[in-house]
Design a protein around this ligand. Structure first.
Ligand code: UDP
Ligand code: MG
Length: 140
């Protein structure tokens, strides 16, 4: 399997509860390398631009307000099959369905406030990484 990069976000519910280190340990224990990382404050408009694919969904307003409600940690994870591996470590969107030991099973508060975002395919990973990081910030 090829070495990939994927975009991860530690969401406001998790930064508020000081869980950045515990979540990063889950990534590193799974063999993912954090090759770029920064803590930023999104505006609702920026969150809406990032989640534009969901703009017709009923939860869109709530999602963009939530993502702008506190700082987030945006990061690039690298490793063999990193996109799928990260989705595995994250667990299902709804923490009630997330497998034991996954980030969402352990930390998520609800289907909306579910601690982490992860890209879902190579094309979206490339677009999402470019949304937050310049080439100069990706040192490998
Ligand atoms: N979301 C929500 N309600 C839903 C489905 C999703 O609030 O019924 C939020 C949740 O924060 C989720 C995000 O919208 O992580 C993006 O949804 P997606 O289906 O892409 O889930 P993910 O890829 O994050 O597992
Ligand atoms: Mg998604």
């Amino acid at each position: 399997m090829a070495v990939e990069r994927t975009l991860s976000i530690i969401k406001p519910d998790a930064t508020r509860r000081n869980l950045t280190g515990k979540i990063n340990a889950k990534f590193e224990d799974a063999g993912l390398r954090i090759v770029a990382q920064k803590r930023i404050q999104l505006t609702p408009a920026q969150a809406g631009e990032f989640y534009a694919v969901h703009k017709e969904r009923p939860f869109f307003g709530e999602l963009t307000e939530f993502m702008a409600s506190a700082p987030v940690v945006v990061q690039v994870l690298e490793g063999e099959g990193a996109i799928a591996k990260n989705r595995e470590v994250m667990g299902a969107t709804n923490p009630a369905d997330a497998a034991p030991g996954t980030i969402r099973a352990e930390f998520a508060e609800s289907v909306g406030e579910n601690s982490v975002h992860g890209s879902d395919a190579p094309e979206t990973a490339a677009e999402e990484i470019a949304f937050y990081f310049s080439g100069l910030e990706l040192v490998g």
